[in-house]
Design a protein around this ligand. Structure first.
Ligand SMILES: Cc1ncc(COP(=O)(O)O)c(C=O)c1O
Length: 338
């Protein structure tokens, strides 16, 4: 066995590269980096979260390989990471997914051996058909089932406090001044922010939020406005509930990003920086665009690129999809630097 061999694919979760975005840094006259979470084995940041939640449940004796069925509601990435980890560890796995999820994500979860239950995207959180309620009812109807519940399970946030946050601090030599990340369960941004602000409270933490998401309003007014209707193509941006994993106190600002511009950002990114990233990465770039006038050459900005663009080949990167959704031609892209 070579010195570089690993006991399983799980050992390659985390320690992802932090890569300087050369063109963007140059035109903004700041140091802009992307944390490439799409380079985890499950091609998203959710590998870290799921591994942490599963290992915690194992250590508490809540689940047993060969006996337990793990159930989760997921926009796709958590489902894939869960299916991968369950396959390796010997758990059965059922994932409820919103029907707006890309085809790649759905097929990838199935390919990893998990069962997928599609749920209507438009269902309100308390509707029995919503992907939350479906996961809950499935877990209640099966013997030895465990609902991992990434929105409420605080080991989601802890995964990032323990791994992603410290990696970013070390990779920037403590120079980071801005963290910009999408938020859905809020585990990513909150766990990283908590760690970084303990190191340096002056670091600014900004979340990209989607139109109709309840997060920005809750952050600003403390009101959970259930009348809002989340409306976005982007997966992993915005929320229709206030998940306990989101620590509002650690986030300085929520910025609403436009779907079209977010997608155009990733199309342009692939061509200029050689990085294929998902739509929520384009949302982080769009939030960067909104704060660009605040930046100086002393700033070090870290964008969280939560997943890999190959998960969206039939969606954002498909020319027909682009035309059908009004993006017309790639030549018309809005540069993040505009
Ligand atoms: C592609 C993508 N980006 C961002 C996020 C947001 O991460 P978090 O749930 O930790 O807020 C998710 C979560 O579902 C995601 O799938």
């Amino acid at each position: 066995m070579s010195l570089n061999s690993q006991s399983s694919i799980l050992a390659s979760i985390g320690n992802t590269p932090l890569v300087k975005l050369q063109g963007i840094s140059k035109s903004l006259n700041a140091n802009v980096y992307a944390k490439l979470e799409g380079l985890n084995p499950g091609m998203s940041i959710k590998d870290r979260t799921v591994l942490c939640m599963i290992e915690q449940a194992e250590s508490e004796g809540l689940i047993t390989p060969g006996v337990s069925t793990i159930v989760e509601a997921s926009s796709g990435n958590t489902g894939y990471s869960l299916a991968m980890i369950c396959g390796i560890k010997g758990y059965k796995c059922i994932v409820t997914v919103k029907d707006k999820a890309s085809k790649e994500k759905i097929n990838m979860i199935k390919a990893m051996g998990a069962e997928v239950v599609l749920c209507p995207s438009g269902a309100k959180p308390d509707d029995p058909d919503s992907y939350y309620e479906k996961a809950k009812s499935i877990s209640e109807s099966i013997e030895h089932a465990f609902y991992i519940n990434q929105n409420f399970n605080l080991y989601n946030q802890k995964a990032h406090y323990k791994t992603t946050g410290p990696e970013i601090w070390e990779q920037t030599d403590g120079k980071i001044t801005y963290l910009i990340s999408p938020a859905s369960t809020g585990g990513t941004i909150s766990g990283i922010a908590k760690f970084l602000k303990e190191k340096n409270p002056a670091i600014k933490v900004i979340s990209a939020d989607s139109e109709g998401s309840v997060l920005k309003k809750y952050h600003e007014t403390n009101e959970y406005d259930k009348s809002l209707k989340k409306k976005t193509w982007l997966e992993g941006v915005g929320k229709d509930i206030i998940p306990p994993n989101i620590s509002m106190d650690h986030i300085d600002e929520f910025l609403i990003v436009n779907d079209e511009r977010s997608v155009e950002n990733i199309i342009h990114l692939a061509k200029t920086e050689g990085i294929m990233a998902g739509g929520s990465s384009g949302a982080a770039m769009e939030a960067l665009c909104q704060v660009k006038d605040r930046l100086t050459s002393d700033d070090t900005v870290v964008l969280i690129f939560s997943d890999h663009g190959s998960k969206y080949l039939s969606k954002f990167y498909d020319t027909e999809w682009q035309v059908d959704n009004g993006l017309e031609t790639i030549e018309n892209v809005i540069r993040v630097t505009e």
